[in-house]
Design a protein around this ligand. Sequence first.
Ligand code: ZN
Length: 123
Amino acid sequence: MSKINDLRHTPTLALRQRKARLVRTFSLRPDLLHASLLERFLKCGKKQCACHDQGAKHGPFFYLNRSFAKGQFQSLLLKSPDQIRQARQGVAAYAGLLAVLDEVCQINYELLRRGEPPGEPED
Ligand SMILES: [Zn+2]
């Protein structure tokens, strides 16, 4: 989750400038993925295989998992290095987007705490 930035001693003008820059540079990346990329090593179904008793499991296998309400769940086995790379980029893009949104929201919280309008100052 996001960390709390201590903005209480940052001048209001600096907060507004920081936020203006974040809002200006904000862009919705087309490859966004809200999901977890998991790497797994697995045992197979063959009883004689070394994966069962020598710890030489198969893998890594990469899964892209999405969770929904009520324990609903999607899991996609990624089959190519390109898919894995694209998934990794999409997940990172989502994290970056969340970080920007969160910073804007923290600045707005601080502006409200000061009695300042979080929207643009009236002009
Ligand atoms: Zn095996």
